[in-house]
Each structure stands twice: as C-alpha cells, then as structure tokens.
Design a binder for this molecule. Structure first.
Ligand code: UD1
Length: 438
C-alpha cells in the first residue's frame, strides 16, 4: 500500500475530448526483464529508454540490495554493473510487490547457478501459476524448491534442454531464455510466447553476446555461450501505454497523435478501434487516432500476441460501454480481469459478467463517481472513463496506475484533460457535496 499523505488520488473533471500529441515511453514489461538480465555480465551495461515508473524503480532498488551497482545517467538511462553481487538471496519488501521479480531467478540462476527470490506479487488479476518457470528450470538441470513464499533454484551445471511450454507464457519464456543463455549446448523452447517484449529481451541478450534465434516465433533456439559482455541497449516503446492513449482518443471523442511507437505492435489494438468506427493513420513511428461521434459495438477476445492483449482489455471495455449496441469481451488469459466493471457500473455502464465473458450494452454516457483503481490497467481504463464522464470523478489507489504509467496525469493534461493528483480526497469529496447541496 502507498504511504499516507502520498498523492494517491486523482480528481478528474470529465467531458473534454483529448487532443494533441503524446510521446510514449519505454516498455515497462521489457525493461523489467532487461534490468534483471543486465546482471548476467560482470561488465557495465547501459540501458536507455527505461520508464521511470514504480515497478522499474522497485526492481532497481532490489538489485541494489544484492550489491548491483546502478548509476542513473538521466531519468531514463541507467548504467548497471553486476560484478559485485554479494548475495543471490533477494528478499526485500519492494521485490515482493512486483510480479517481474521472478526474472531475477532466471538471471541469477543463469549466471551463478543459484537464486533465491520471493514469489511474485504484482496485480491481482487472477491466479498466476509459475509451474512453467519451474518446469523450464528443472529441464535445464536445476533443483527447484518453494518454501515460505521463496523460490530457490540451484544447479551444479546448467544443461541444454528441449522444453515444450504447456501454455503460452511471456514470463516463463523470458525466464527460461535467460537461464539457458550460458547453459551447455542448445536449448529449444517450443510454444514460446511471441510478445514484443520477448523479442526485445532476446535482442538485448544477443547484444550482450548471447546466441538466441527465433524470438518472435513459437520456437526459440538458444545456443549456450561462455560469457556475456557489456552493451548499450534501448528498450522498445510501450505497446500498452500507446494502446491506452489510442483508446483515450476513442473514449473521449478526441484526436491524438501517439508518437514513438512501433505501429506493427499495435495492429490488434488498431483493428478493434477501426471496427468501433475510429480512424487510424499509421506513420513510421507514430499512429494517429481520431474518433468521430458514437463508437460502434464489436466483440473482443484476449489472446497471446499477435492477438488482442489482455493488458488492453479494461480500456476496450470502457470504450465498448459507450458504443452503440451490444458487445462482448472474452478474457482468455487471466480470470480476474473484470474488476473494473463494478466501478464502471457505478459510473452508469451497463455490463454483465458471465464467467470469462462480459456482455456490454452501450450507454449514452458515464457520470462522475467516487471510485477505486483495482489494479494497474483497470485503473488506467477507469481514468479514461472519468475523462469521458459528465461531472467529477474521484479515483483512489492510483499507486497501482503509477506502477506502469510515467507521468500519466501530466500527459493527459498536455492533451487537454482536466486531471489532478491529491493526497486529501476526503476534503475534495466533502467540498463537492457541499457545493451540490448549497
Ligand atoms: C506478463 C505481463 C502482464 C501481461 C501478461 C500477458 C509482465 C511483468 N507482466 O505477465 O502485464 O498481462 O504477461 O501478456 O511482463 N501461466 C501458467 N503457468 C506459468 C505461467 C503462466 O499457467 O508458469 C498462465 C497464466 O496463468 C496466464 C497465462 O499463462 O493464464 C499467461 O501468463 P504470462 O504470459 O506468464 O503472464 P506474466 O508473464 O505473468
């Protein structure tokens, strides 16, 4: 939980279409894995385009806690040296909070043949098993045990393996890839995840001297190398931050040029916006989304890449709640990702959840309410709803949103949205009530 007196609430006055330009930062999920992987060499690595968000900062603090030297050259560039790691047992309050802590298992195991890391926290979006990570580490010859919430993996020698992933998982694909870059022989990961950040981590490891082929397809081949070396690497743009601003244009009836993106990574996100009636223009490293009038209903199913990302599901749900007609969203990755629905219903949405499907009857508009951000992406989606709503919305627990969005409120203000942070939501709500009565 965020400390008291922190600016942990947003006050949003809705009704203004977002217009203008926004620049997208580095991908949080790629950066987290790349930061962990950077300790796999004793030489100094420079990583550029690291987003300044709570999760990346928690990861770097945890790394510093085990002796990794980190120098921040500017807000988004860090120099990392993992030659002084004193301890492969990471147990800090911070690391328990972030899901991606498990990447330190793959990185430490790959380099030191030993790692002890508390099991992941992160967003409560459903049960998040780690059986495929364990299966992969064991296949490489590691002994794995879980005690008191801590996973311990040790190996005298890491050997190559042929690993078939029973489910498509980003986390286990990246983790096993990291653990195997310095294993003896040739490792094959079948049914690998193809997400852009899987490719980015493979490219980063290759820049450090690894020999990984096939990332971005469902078969990844890794030939073990003796050692990794220094490099300078720039993290790819964040697909989900970009997608969130694309949906912000749709939801508020606006027009936004979203710069510093890889349009190829946004294809499924754009396709659904076009079905909803938005106009998308693609440039080399930008997309422009324009929304005209009422959105149209459509059906969405979340799938592994290149399918529609589960991390964009709440933002799409908010858009469809404002569309003409009935839409459905089927969530096939995480079972607990409809937690924004109750909050949205309080703002006037008409949504029924049956199992892993939401049936959404479009309404004419939302009205402001006092709501709570239930998790990272759902929280961002509710901010978009608030921007489109009639009146004022008070949003609690924005520390979830800050886990993955850098300067979210500032970027929205630059696009003309009326949003501010506050530490004292009670007084703001009381004042608003007083105004209504008087
Ligand atoms: C990552 C992202 C998260 C995104 C998700 C899916 C990070 C830090 N987080 O999470 O934002 O929503 O990818 O794109 O990068 N599974 C198993 N066994 C395992 C591992 C996963 O059954 O060992 C299942 C999960 O329950 C889920 C599916 O596989 O149903 C996908 O999970 P995975 O891709 O691993 O998600 P994360 O890496 O945790």
């Amino acid at each position: 939980m965020s400390p008291k007196n922190e600016l942990d609430h947003y006050i949003v006055n809705g009704g203004k279409p977002l217009m203008g330009e926004v620049s997208i930062g580095g991908a949080k999920n790629a950066a987290l894995a790349i930061l962990a992987a950077s300790i796999m060499t004793d030489e100094t690595v420079t990583i550029e385009n690291v987003p300044d968000v709570r999760d990346t900062n928690a990861m770097m603090e945890a790394m510093e806690g085990i002796g990794v030297r980190i120098k921040r050259l500017d807000r988004h560039t860090v120099e990392i040296n993992g030659s002084q790691v004193e301890n492969v047992n990471i147990d800090t309050e911070n690391i328990r909070k972030i899901r991606a802590s498990y990447y330190l298992l793959g990185a430490l195991l790959g380099k030191y043949r030993h790692a002890e890391v508390p099991l992941p926290g992160g967003c409560d979006i459903g049960s998040r098993p780690i059986d495929q990570h364990v299966k992969g580490f064991k296949a490489l010859g590691a002994k794995v045990s879980i005690k008191g919430g801590v996973m311990k993996a040790t190996a005298e020698q890491l050997l190559s393996a042929h690993i078939y992933m029973d489910v498509v998982t980003v986390g286990a694909t990246i983790n096993v890839m990291m653990a195997s870059v310095m294993a003896e022989g040739k490792t094959i990961i079948e049914n690998a995840a193809k997400e852009p950040h899987v490719v980015d981590v493979a490219n980063f490891l290759n820049s450090m001297g690894a020999n990984i082929k096939g990332a971005g397809t469902d078969i990844i081949r890794i030939k073990g190398v003796d050692r990794l070396h220094s490099c300078t690497y720039s993290v790819i743009p964040d697909q989900i931050e970009a997608g969130t601003f694309m949906y912000a244009a749709a939801i508020t009836g606006g027009n936004i040029l979203i710069k510093n993106v890889i349009p190829k990574h946004l294809e499924s996100i754009s396709a659904k916006l076009e079905e909803m009636g938005c106009h998308i223009e693609e440039f080399d490293d930008a997309v422009k989304v324009s929304s005209f009038g009422k959105l149209q209903s459509t059906n969405i199913k979340t799938l592994p890449y290149p399918g529609f990302p589960t991390d964009m599901q709440p933002q799409a749900g908010v858009a469809l709640a404002l569309a003409e007609g009935v839409s459905t969203i089927t969530e096939s990755i995480f079972e607990n990702r409809f937690k924004y629905v109750d909050e949205l219903i309080r703002m006037g949405a008409d949504i029924r959840v049956e199992g892993n499907t939401a049936i959404i009857e479009g309404t004419d508009g939302f009205s402001g309410a006092h709501i709570q951000a239930p998790d990272l992406r759902a929280g961002a989606a509710l901010v978009l709803a608030a921007l489109a709503a009639d009146g004022t919305t008070y949003i609690d627990d924005i520390h979830f949103i800050e886990r993955g969005y850098e300067d979210f409120d500032k970027k929205i203000r630059d696009l003309g949205g009326d949003i501010k942070k506050t530490a004292d939501i009670k007084t703001a709500v009381k004042k608003a009530k007083y105004k209504l009565i008087s």
